[in-house]
Design a protein. Structure first.
Length: 218
């Protein structure tokens, strides 16, 4: 079983990720090393390395492997960064980030998901990931600023709190849009000003909370 999963992971990287143009050696190494099968629900293990998102309970999903790799690459991490993730979910994206960055803080609104992620990340021995339960649309000011911020739920617009918590030269990777129409955007802070770029259309679950989508709007 273990060999099969390792093989499936190698194929995931070559067929879904490299082939679509992700080239960062750090990102490819992280995608090769993090056991995605541990983060999906047990009854979905056989699909862990397939080319689509999977349900993780509470109406939430773990993103498609390619999207995890692409978003990670867009942060342009070199290894010494303190990074913030909004939407811990399964904990998989946090583990990928932690394989590259120095420290990862990840905020999750739903305590059940945060607790499950904490258990799995603990079992796998990640020591540089700090999980927080709360409204990530407000970021996590205590440990700001961040060289990179990655949001894994779609926001109406980039929350001001997240832009405020970005370090000089830092990047915010965030899906922006509604249920039917979202664009993955990268925001960069240069000399106190922000510039942004659209990358590709995506489909994420809604960011909730103060600067997220409210009940009935989505
Ligand atoms: N990154 C996750 C996928 C997350 S799905 C993974 O690798 O598995 C999006 C997650 O964002 C969900 O778990 C959802 O509960 C969470 N979320 C939505 N709004 C949020 C908010 N305001 N603050 C923190 N987490 C939020």
């Amino acid at each position: 079983m273990k060999d099969e999963l390792n093989q499936a992971r190698e194929l995931m990287v070559s067929e879904q990720i490299t082939r679509r143009g992700v080239t960062s050696p750090r990102v490819l190494e992280a995608m090769r090393s993090v056991p995605r099968d541990r983060f999906v629900p047990e009854d979905s293990q056989a699909y862990a390395y397939d080319d689509y998102p999977l349900p993780i309970g509470q109406g939430q999903t773990i993103s498609q492997p390619y999207i995890v790799a692409l978003m990670t690459q867009l942060l342009q991490l070199e290894g010494n960064e303190v990074v913030l993730e909004i939407g811990t979910g399964s904990g998989y994206q946090a583990a990928v980030l932690a394989s590259i960055a120095k420290t990862v803080h990840s905020v999750e609104l739903l305590p059940e998901l945060s607790e499950r992620a904490a258990r799995i990340l603990g079992e796998l021995g990640y020591l540089n990931i700090h999980l927080h339960a709360g409204d990530g649309s407000q970021g996590w000011p205590k440990t700001a600023p961040y060289q990179g911020i990655l949001v894994t739920a779609a926001a109406p617009k980039p929350p001001q709190a997240l832009l405020d918590q970005l370090a000089e030269g830092g990047r915010l990777v965030i899906p922006v849009g509604d249920r039917g129409n979202q664009e993955l955007q990268v925001w960069e802070k240069v000399k106190g000003d922000f510039s942004h770029e659209d990358i590709i259309p995506v489909a994420f679950v809604p960011l909730r909370g103060k600067e997220g989508w409210h009940e009935g709007q989505w």
